[in-house]
Design a protein around this ligand. Structure first.
Ligand code: ZN
Ligand code: ZN
Length: 871
């Protein structure tokens, strides 16, 4: 039985433990896809701290999970850790203060996994402290042998389907992380830089004929990599250069001057250099014009021997040195500061380079339309997020490079013939393999018969594995004949929840992979959550110092209050941090607790059953109203309109149930043990706990156990409407009448059970007369046929001074005095006072309803109540 004040600290911790110990949210298996509700929850990378992205995202997923569980679905809500990528490697490097290059690969992997294991254990506890209804039996790690197997199977399957290729081609490269990265891992960053005007010579027939032209560039350190110079075909001014040869200052290589439409005539002189490689256009020119390859910058961003005396310098050092030497040589014509957009690695912020490397690619560009169509087949919450998916696909310029030159990660199950470079893939049965320690499945090269092989020592891009989460969760495997699922009922997944920032990374790549492996779109629906912002709707960041850590919040407020606040924004919108929202959650918890205590005290003798036809009209009305709220709420939860669901239910509970009905029912039960009221309270209360359960998960569980049953409220059935009939309008009017009479008694300082001689009502309360009389102790209740004589009396005039002031100036005091004295008229909507005529927009007449008959009138919404009370 609930008693005392609500104590969330004790209650929440107790249930968080019990839910885990009792396996309250365990997936029990489902006969078919219709009964299963599967969630492909996002596996966080382990970094130790809990971010808002986790807390907010998982809380929204939890609303969906809890709602569907109560709706009779077997909910599969797993949890994974994405611990095979650069993030884990970086975590281990930071934690142990080491560099991965200094260790043998297996040794470093072991160290990384140890560090991750500690962080994961801590993170799991934090997740459990949030009360998310995850099934902790269903967990995975992307570095585990089982996932390595699936990831390598995926590689082999795509290869066999002809969807992968290995190519020596320019790849996007991060010189800081020293690995190839994919387009999706880059972002644009505004950075300060310098523009340099550099004089290039035209190589002529003789020294006297030499001419010069100007190239503008932000990257003079690429001069040694220059392989051509380009002019736009429409550039009349520089057209004379086309067909000539240019000599590069300091480095002296001679390169052709060509024309190409990709030249941006607006930048600098309109003459540009092409280096291998400075940007995407350089790569296109290199391919289109079959240019030389001059690699001046290596994997670590250091200049190569192509750069001559600058070899060994970092690209920044080289830039400074080259600019200085250009200046000395008289070739630096100008230099000025600019801010420009640099394509950087999103993880470390380093400007990307382009290197020619052997890389594995998943083909994407040829199937853009199909992947777009796959996106259209999923339901998007909110719908507008589909645009981001579409924009990403429409902007794709590269196939997906999946090779990474890192220590940690899942190895390619590939060896190459030492003679002819033919790739040899592992047998699917043998996976997972590590080609660095395992032998290839053949003794001789199938192409040339040679018997020596080189292992592939690259690893997969993290997204190549995390894009398989639906397959990991459903137990995808190769049985020797075909691909199978351990839990086929889970696939396709009912829900993919995730942040909007990884639509291009995670969602797109998951669609591609799963679609290619199964021929099916992996998700029925996608739910995209926004970000948590600060109270001023600004992005939280370390530099701004406006971060409020989730840990702090849940140590200060009940988790249920945080859940309440998290429900307060539309799916997909950003959620501003709000103390007010958290306090509103706390207040609701107290209200629910205190109302429950009251219900408990009133329902000791409540009958277990009651014929609904015999219920008092007010009780029928409440249950019928509750039916309507259940219908609304169910629809809103199903549509993932959490804030509407929350606000609607809160309003109904707080006002209709607590303020109106509960007060009346309390009086009825206390006055005479009214069984109809007691029964209704009991039924309604059970229903309210269930309806609140998805949001206020802990408090409802505590109250449910205290008052209604032993099992978890989260395993009970979601309430269906009872189908009780009632006259809604009359019931609402009756409520208003009772409310008005309560206010009357309170204003007159009468006890609530004081008798009232006679009450007259103008308004439809038919069927509710006895309830009103009973609860308000009315001796004689009459309904009026005619509206009582209520008149509108003008009580004043409200002037809009922003208009009246400028128009009438010094006349205003006279106008005010005339109005005060009642010496004015309204003619055709204009106010005439003190000789002035004020237009309709300048004033408003204030009116009050006054009752001029016998007795006292009290307002009751649209109804009018007249109280005749001799006492
Ligand atoms: Zn990087
Ligand atoms: Zn061979």
């Amino acid at each position: 039985m609930p008693s005392g004040e609500y104590d969330p600290d004790t209650v929440e911790a107790k249930w968080q433990d019990r839910w885990v110990d009792d396996e309250t949210y365990a997936y029990e298996g489902a006969a078919d896809p219709d009964t299963a509700f599967s969630i492909d929850s996002p596996p966080p990378t382990v970094s130790g701290s809990l971010h808002w992205g986790h807390v907010y995202g998982f809380t929204l997923q939890d609303f969906v999970a809890r709602f569907n569980r109560m709706r009779g679905k077997e909910v599969y809500f797993p949890f994974g850790y994405d611990d095979n990528g650069i993030a884990s490697e970086r975590l281990a490097e930071d934690e142990l203060d080491v560099r991965h290059q200094d260790y043998e690969r297996r040794e470093f992997q072991r160290m990384t996994q140890e560090v991750c294991a500690e962080y994961e254990a801590e993170f799991t506890e934090k997740m459990q402290d949030l009360g998310i209804s995850i099934d902790w039996n269903q967990t995975y790690q992307t570095i585990s042998p089982a996932v390595r197997r699936i990831s390598q199977l995926s590689f082999i399957d795509l290869y066999e389907q002809g969807r992968e290729y290995r190519q020596r081609a320019p790849a996007i490269w991060c010189p800081e992380c020293e690995t190839a990265i994919s387009q999706v891992e880059t972002e644009d960053d505004e950075q300060p830089s310098h523009f340099h005007d550099i004089a290039f010579e035209v190589v002529g027939s003789g020294d006297e004929d030499e001419e010069e032209f100007t190239i503008s560039t932000t990257r003079p350190e690429l001069l040694p990599a220059c392989v051509a110079v380009f002019v736009h075909p429409d550039d009349d001014e520089n057209q004379y250069l086309v067909g000539e040869t240019a000599r590069i200052p300091l480095f002296d290589q001679e390169v052709p001057i060509l024309e190409d439409e990709r030249v941006d005539m607006e930048t600098g002189s309109g003459v540009v250099m092409c280096c291998t490689f400075g940007d995407q256009t350089d790569i296109e020119w290199y391919q289109a014009h079959d240019l030389d390859l001059r690699i001046a910058i290596d994997e670590s961003g250091t200049l190569t021997d192509v750069a001559g005396e600058y070899e060994g310098l970092s690209s920044e050092e080289a830039r400074e040195a080259i600019v200085e030497d250009l200046d000395d040589a008289g070739a630096l014509l100008d230099r000025w500061e600019i801010t420009h957009t640099v394509n950087v690695h999103e993880r470390c912020g380093t400007g990307v380079e382009f290197l020619v490397k052997d890389q594995w690619y998943v083909e994407l560009l040829d199937k853009r339309e199909e992947y777009l169509q796959a996106g259209r087949e999923m339901d998007w919450y909110p719908e507008k997020m589909f645009t981001r998916y579409r924009n990403w696909i429409e902007g794709l310029q590269w196939d997906w490079s999946i090779s990474r030159q890192r220590s940690s990660g899942i190895p390619f199950p590939v060896w190459y013939c030492a003679e002819c470079d033919e790739p040899v893939l592992s047998e699917k049965e043998n996976l997972p393999v590590d080609p660095l320690s395992d032998e290839p499945p053949v003794d001789a090269c199938p192409e040339c018969g040679h018997d020596e092989f080189e292992p592939e020592d690259d690893v997969f891009d993290t997204w190549a594995t995390s894009s398989l989460t639906p397959l990991i969760n459903a137990g995808w495997d190769w049985d020797g004949e075909e691909f199978t699922f351990e839990n086929p009922e889970l696939y396709q997944f009912d829900l993919r929840p995730q942040g909007h920032d990884i639509i291009s990374f995670w969602l797109f790549h998951t669609v591609v992979k799963c679609y290619e492996h199964t021929g099916e779109v992996p998700f029925d629906s996608v739910m995209i959550n926004g970000m948590v912002l600060d109270e001023n709707r600004e992005k939280m960041s370390k530099s701004k110092g406006n971060i409020v850590a989730p840990d702090e919040v849940v140590s200060k407020y009940p988790v249920d209050a945080a859940r309440y606040w998290a429900a307060g924004s539309a799916v997909g919108d950003d959620l501003p941090y709000s103390e007010k929202g958290l306090r509103a959650g706390e207040k609701l918890l107290r209200k629910l607790w205190n109302a429950s205590k009251l219900v408990e005290s009133l329902t000791d003798e409540a009958p277990e059953e009651f014929d609904h036809d015999d219920l008092a009209a007010l009780d029928r009305w409440l249950l019928a109203e509750l039916d309507r709220e259940i219908e609304r709420l169910t629809e809103r939860f199903a549509d993932r309109e959490f804030s509407k669901a929350r606000d609607g239910l809160r309003g109904f509970f707080w006002h209709t149930f607590c303020d109106d009905y509960l007060e009346i029912a309390k009086q009825r039960v206390r006055d005479g043990g009214d069984p109809s009221a007691a029964y209704t309270l009991e039924v309604a209360h059970r229903r309210f706990l269930k309806l609140f359960a998805p949001i206020l998960a802990h408090a409802t569980e505590e109250l449910w156990h205290d008052m209604h049953g032993d099992g978890s409220v989260h395993r009970t059935e979601w309430p269906e409407p009872l189908g009780v009939d009632a006259d809604f309008a009359a019931g609402e009017t009756a409520m208003a009448v009772v409310g008005a009479l309560r206010k009357y008694k309170s204003d007159e300082q009468l006890p609530m059970n004081a008798a009232l001689d006679r009450v007259e009502i103008w308004g439809d309360v038919s069927g509710f007369e006895d309830d009103i009389s009973g609860v308000m102790h009315v001796e004689e209740l009459a309904t009026l046929e005619e509206r009582p004589a209520v008149e509108s009396v003008v009580t004043g005039v409200d002037l809009d001074y922003s208009l009246v002031g400028p128009e009438f100036g010094s006349q205003v005091p006279d106008i005010e005095a005339a109005i005060e004295a009642g010496d004015y008229e309204v003619v055709d909507g204009e106010l005439h006072a003190a000789g002035a005529e004020l237009g309709a927009e300048m004033f408003e007449i204030e009116e009050e309803r006054q009752y001029l008959g016998e007795g006292e009138m009290v307002e009751a919404g649209d109804a009018i109540v007249v109280v005749h009370d001799e006492a």
